[in-house]
Design a protein around this ligand. Structure first.
Ligand code: BMP
Length: 259
């Protein structure tokens, strides 16, 4: 049961290289926090990365919301990621046919495959998406988080879709780092990582169907390994302090879970 094992122990079960690295980062930095850097200016994103860097394992971007994108920005971001030892994660949610995904992943001004060690994908169009990501040009070590459930109220995803997504993930364990979901779907797979968004302390949701749970709840009741926090940190007066607080709450919950 993955919920009772430490990240250090789980690292050796990981078949995906990036997942193995994530386990090691979590175990050495004592953090399971992924920040969602949903900001539209490159300087704001870089400042956030510097501020929260010591407290996070993953830095999640939506690169296509950036207004003043330039390739130099990625160079800076990579430097910060290296300094603070966290992983760059582009939340692209690929959902097209394989050929289109391949172009979206490796081409365009963003060239995602050249800098993002991690990306997200929908399972909607099936294995072609994963074959495309596996076969594309780009970083040698790459990982995918497959989306099996969402934090959105009244999501159209049902139990069958969720189960089929987990099944698909298990056919691509070399490529899949983990699954994005809201409940413990794969407790018998210690090498896979559960990533859970929809985490905030001061709010239960927004006006656009987002739903929030607390750090303790997602770790102890929902099986989250990594929690994604966006506005809970980015809208805070002191993002570094907020990140530290989320990190500590999440880590304490994890320690409580594995005893
Ligand atoms: P916030 O904490 O500000 O609500 O941000 C949540 C982040 O997680 C967003 O970047 C969103 O795209 C992502 N996300 C989510 O909220 N729910 C999901 O089910 C999947 C996501 O990727």
């Amino acid at each position: 049961n993955r919920l009772k094992l430490s990240f250090m122990e789980r690292a050796r079960f990981a078949k995906n290289k990036v997942a193995e690295r994530i386990f090691q980062i979590m175990a050495t930095k004592n953090t399971t926090l992924c920040v969602a850097a949903d900001l539209t200016k490159t300087t704001d994103i870089l400042n956030l990365a510097e501020e929260v860097g010591p407290h996070i394992c993953l830095f999640k971007t939506h690169i296509d919301i950036v207004e003043d994108f330039h390739p130099n920005f990625l160079k800076h971001l990579q430097d910060i990621a290296q300094t603070h030892n966290f992983i760059l994660f582009e939340d692209k949610k690929f959902a097209d046919i394989g050929k289109t995904v391949q172009l979206q992943y490796s081409e365009s001004i963003y060239k995602i495959s050249s800098w993002a060690s991690l990306v997200t994908a929908h399972s909607l169009t099936g294995k072609g998406v994963l074959d495309a990501i596996r076969e594309s040009e780009g970083l040698k070590e790459r990982g995918v988080f497959l989306l099996a459930e969402t934090s959105a109220a009244s999501s159209l995803i049902d139990g069958n879709y969720t189960q089929a997504t987990v099944k698909l993930a298990l056919q691509y364990t070399d490529l899949i780092s983990g699954i994005v979901c809201q409940s413990p779907l794969f407790v018998d797979q210690p090498g896979l990582i559960q990533l859970t968004p929809g985490v905030q302390l001061d709010s239960i949701g927004d006006t656009l169907s987002q739903q929030y749970n607390t750090p303790e709840h997602v770790v102890l009741e929902r099986g989250a390994d990594i929690a994604v926090v966006g506005r809970g940190i980015t809208k805070s007066a002191d993002p570094a302090l907020a990140a530290q607080k989320y990190k500590e709450l999440l880590w304490n919950a994890y320690k409580k879970r594995i005893v």
